[in-house]
Design a protein around this ligand. Structure first.
Ligand code: LRH
Ligand code: MN
Ligand code: MN
Length: 386
């Protein structure tokens, strides 16, 4: 049996999104959950619980303005006191009336400048929190053929991004996230990895692509995109989640664990988990009907599990089979790893590091859910979007 590279497992780190701890739902109903955080600090405290139980989630990503506070340096210290750090800063130009017809692509220079200024503010926040990455996802696009000038919008996007990029520090990065549809239904300005790649390549070394696993047309071979972007040195980060239909934002690995395994195999193959790699793994999920802290626990454990299975692929045997045209032999080597139950290995690995063998069970037994439900009464529960 192949031995696992435990250094990769030991260093596995998955950033949690602050918004996963708030209430969320569909456009039909948002269900509240007892104990839901009322403040940014409470979201960070919940994220810290996930890290304490798994050792897998040392950073929390912020979304601006959902997570706006007066003093970001103090928020960083608060996070540090809880054993985590602040991570990616996500900009938001999708909830303001001024952006109805676009933000960084808008025809009106005043609106474009407002969107640029928002990003400059995010960069200032990154300076205070010590965050490395500015993540940009734009809702910009059009609903009807002819509504906008596709090419002019790309040009304005390039110009706006270049202005923002000038302010990105030497130790910081800009990552541009693509999504093929929604909210725009005809044409999205950053619909695919190719557009994101073209835009970030024009910016420079410190700009890269963010791949959100829920942002592709059904049937897309995502691991191919992963392999290609790693080859090109432009895979900046992941937003992990899973989907059955559209951008469902379900728990990563829930809908299709085999896809997550294939993605992690390509990440490892391309050096994305090697020491010093710049690829950031992040979750971007919402827990509509399930409990949020256990939902995040399940998510990071799924990534850990599929990473471990991917590490089990006997690469020498795989290469030999590939090079001799042994189609079924190669496939069997790949599938053997996927079908291996790594849960006992991981339970032992956790115990060696002083972590609970079963973090889900440990959380359920801890009484923490009951404590926060009792403590967090009054105030307004956070929700996706605030
Ligand atoms: C857009 C998206 C993007 C946003 C987040 C809340 O669908 O994936 O990453 O910032 O959802
Ligand atoms: Mn995303
Ligand atoms: Mn999304």
């Amino acid at each position: 049996m192949t031995t696992i590279d435990t250094a990769i497992l030991d260093n596995l780190a998955i950033e949690l999104p602050s918004w996963a701890f708030g209430n969320s739902g569909t456009r039909f109903k948002v269900f509240g959950t007892p104990g839901t955080p009322r403040t940014v600090q409470e979201k960070i405290a919940d994220a810290a619980v996930v890290h304490r139980l798994t050792g897998l989630a040392p950073k929390v990503a912020l979304h601006i303005p959902w997570d706006i506070v007066d003093d970001f340096a103090a928020l960083g210290s608060f996070a540090g006191d809880h054993g985590v750090a602040l991570g990616t800063v996500n900009s938001n130009t999708f909830q303001d009336d001024d952006y109805k017809f676009g933000s960084l692509t808008h025809t009106d220079k005043t609106v474009r400048q407002k969107a640029i200024d928002h990003h400059l503010k995010c960069i200032d926040i990154m300076g205070e929190t010590g965050s490395r990455d500015l993540k940009i996802w734009l809702a910009d696009g059009t609903n009807y053929p002819g509504q906008g000038d596709i090419r002019g919008r790309q040009d304005r996007l390039a110009e706006s991004l270049a202005t923002i990029y000038q302010h990105i520090g030497d130790d910081q990065r800009l990552v541009l996230e693509y999504k093929f549809f929604e909210p725009a239904m005809y044409m999205t300005d950053v619909p695919d990895w190719g557009t994101s790649y073209a835009q970030v390549t024009a910016l420079g070394e410190r700009a890269a692509v963010c791949l959100d696993t829920g942002h592709h047309a059904p049937g897309t071979n995502i691991e191919f995109i992963v392999a290609q972007l790693l080859r090109l040195g432009k895979l900046g980060s992941f937003d992990f989640n899973s989907r059955f239909y559209a951008d469902d934002d379900l728990i990563v690995g829930a809908a299709d664990p085999f896809q997550l395994f294939r993605i992690m195999f390509e990440v490892i193959r391309g050096g994305g988990l090697d020491a010093g790699s710049d690829v950031a793994l992040m979750l971007d999920q919402c827990h509509n009907v399930e409990e949020k802290i256990p939902g995040q626990l399940r998510s990071v454990l799924n990534v850990q599990e599929m990473t471990t299975r991917a590490l089990l692929v006997d690469v020498d045997a795989l290469t030999a089979a590939q090079e001799t045209g042994d189609v079924l032999g190669a496939n069997a080597v790949f599938m053997d790893a996927f079908y291996t139950d790594v849960r006992p290995i991981l339970a032992a690995h956790r115990e060696e590091r002083g972590l609970p063998a079963d973090p889900m069970a440990a959380y359920a037994a801890s009484g923490h859910a009951e404590t926060i439900a009792a403590e967090r009464v009054g105030g307004t529960q956070s929700s996706w979007g605030a």
